[in-house]
Design a protein around this ligand. Structure first.
Ligand code: NAP
Length: 469
């Protein structure tokens, strides 16, 4: 039997999920390990996770890591298997039988809820669904967002909340030319929303958005940012937080908020109000959302550990649509331990754990490992740490050769799984770019699986016709 990590017996790793954490894990493995074969499985027919379906369409620079992922995908030893749902089409146990190790990089596919009365009313949505909808994610293609009212409320003050505010605030001309999904552009272009209210439960010193993203709200074509100067009064603990040199980013955001508060009265068609120290306690409406009851808060606790405490004072805000933007949440993978309280796969240094024990051969990276925090690049460091753990464990691995995806072929056939290879994806990608050119956009995404598979079917027919001719 050839040793593990040789040409005859390559180290075979399955990666589940094709977002940044998955590609950075593949990169780290292909760089470091001798004779390694990486098979990446993705439930959609398209790769790149939230870089494709989470990054805002008007932020094309943030999508540049895709060029890096394209280079990784071209590496010898890398294969992509799209349109396969691990845990449904193929079980984790079946996957484990074909690989020396499995790395889960499946991200955080759901979102946190507010758990308040009325949260299920029509007009109350998760920001993550809206983001998926305007980015052409097939799961959210048929969602309906009614923008016929005048006021939209966004709960939470992270960068996702800012993205949602900005997309709602932009004019059709500002959105045109981006790779926003056509169905979303049509609805947004007709939007009657005039007031966008972004609400934080804590104060301006604790907001999670970053200053470049916040600043953008001040340079929109037809929307003014509105901040009440009284909301910028800080208690002693918040002043201490902003004075902390390690908290420069929050200080910069605070300065942007001060600039917004000092602006003259709004003149544009839309306004984006940034409000603090309020928590929704109930959504009200007869059959659909009509208003949100807000509890006013005060901050208590030590600097950097301040929490929002209700004051007892409430206010009712009329609104026809509300987006909770209070964080993504991981989803359990059948057959893998799950920490339901945190929405992550429990792990130590990327090794999956079950209570006090480590589960041999299972690893994790990205948001499903550490929770939904950090920027795209954070996942690189995270995946390198996980791969280092995996490589350190190699002496304990069973060295018997594994078949990789070839060992799953009979199951794919029996279960009618129509795999999408990387070459297939490249054809879909090229077709999206061609569609985009016709519409003056960088790409026009396919938003339904059957349309993506349709591209492949017509290419196959065309090449069959060529051969026949
Ligand atoms: P986030 O940054 O964690 O922000 C979540 C927000 O929700 C915070 O304001 C938080 O307030 C609030 N919140 C949480 N639970 C709440 C509750 N029960 N009631 C009311 N408010 C609540 O999450 P995110 O905006 O989803 O972003 C996720 C990650 O993606 C972040 O790391 C973000 O920076 C990144 N991202 C980056 C970009 C970009 O770089 N342009 C764009 C989008 C996302 P507390 O602070 O009080 O908990």
């Amino acid at each position: 039997m050839a040793g593990l990590g040789t040409q005859d017996n390559p180290l075979r790793i399955a990666i589940v999920g094709s977002g940044p954490a998955g590609f950075y894990a593949a990169e780290a493995l292909l760089k470091v390990a001798p004779a390694v074969a990486v098979d990446m499985f993705e439930r959609l027919a398209s790769p790149f996770g939230l870089v494709r379906s989470g990054v805002a369409p008007d932020h094309p620079k943030l999508k540049e890591p895709i060029h890096v992922y394209q280079r990784i995908a071209a590496s010898p030893g890398f294969r992509f298997f799209g349109n396969v749902t691990i845990g449904r089409d193929i079980s984790v146990a079946e996957l484990q039988g074909c690989y020396h190790a499995v790395i889960f990089t499946c991200g955080a596919q759901s979102d946190r809820t507010m758990d308040i009365p009325g949260e299920d009313l029509a007009g109350s949505h998760a920001a993550t669904e809206f983001v998926g909808w305007y980015n052409g994610h097939p799961d959210y293609r048929d969602r309906v967002f009614d923008l016929s009212g005048s006021t939209a409320v966004i709960v939470g003050q992270g960068n996702v909340a800012v993205d949602v505010c900005r997309i709602l605030a932009k004019t059709a001309d500002e959105l045109r030319g981006s790779d926003i999904a056509a169905h979303a552009f049509e609805v947004l272009a007709q939007s009657k929303i005039r007031d966008i209210v972004m609400i934080g439960r804590r104060g301006p010193a604790q907001a999670k958005f970053t200053h470049p993203e916040l600043r953008e709200l001040g340079s929109l074509a037809d929307c003014d940012p509105v901040v009440n100067v009284r909301d910028l009064d800080l208690n002693a603990a918040s002043r201490a937080e902003l004075a902390d040199k390690s908290n420069r980013a929050a200080q910069k955001s605070y300065e942007v908020l001060q600039q917004f508060a000092a602006r003259p009265a709004p003149t544009h068609r839309r306004r984006c109000h940034i409000e603090f120290l309020k928590t929704p306690i109930e959504l009200r409406g007869k059959g659909r959302l009509e208003s949100v009851m807000l509890m006013h808060n005060r901050l208590t606790g030590e600097a950097s550990h301040q929490v929002a405490e209700p004051t007892g004072e409430t206010a009712e805000l009329s609104c026809s649509i509300l987006f909770r933007s209070i964080g993504y949440r991981g989803v359990a993978m059948p057959g893998v331990p799950f920490d339901a309280a945190r929405g992550v796969i429990p792990n130590r240094d990327g090794r999956v754990t079950d209570g006090a024990t480590t589960v041999p051969g299972l690893y994790v990276s990205g948001w499903i490992k550490r929770g939904p925090t950090g920027i795209i690049g954070t996942n690189r460091e995270d995946s390198v740490l996980t791969v280092n753990s995996l490589l350190a464990d190699l002496p304990q691995f069973d060295t018997a050769a594994r078949p990789g995806a070839e060992g799953l072929q009979a199951l794919f056939n029996a279960r009618s799984v129509r795999l999408v290879s990387y070459a297939d994806w490249q054809k879909i990608d090229a077709a999206e770019i061609r569609r985009g050119e016709a519409a003056g956009k960088s790409r026009e995404k396919f938003t339904r699986l059957q349309d993506m598979l349709g591209v492949l079917a017509s290419e196959e027919q065309a090449s069959a016709a060529c051969v026949a001719a």
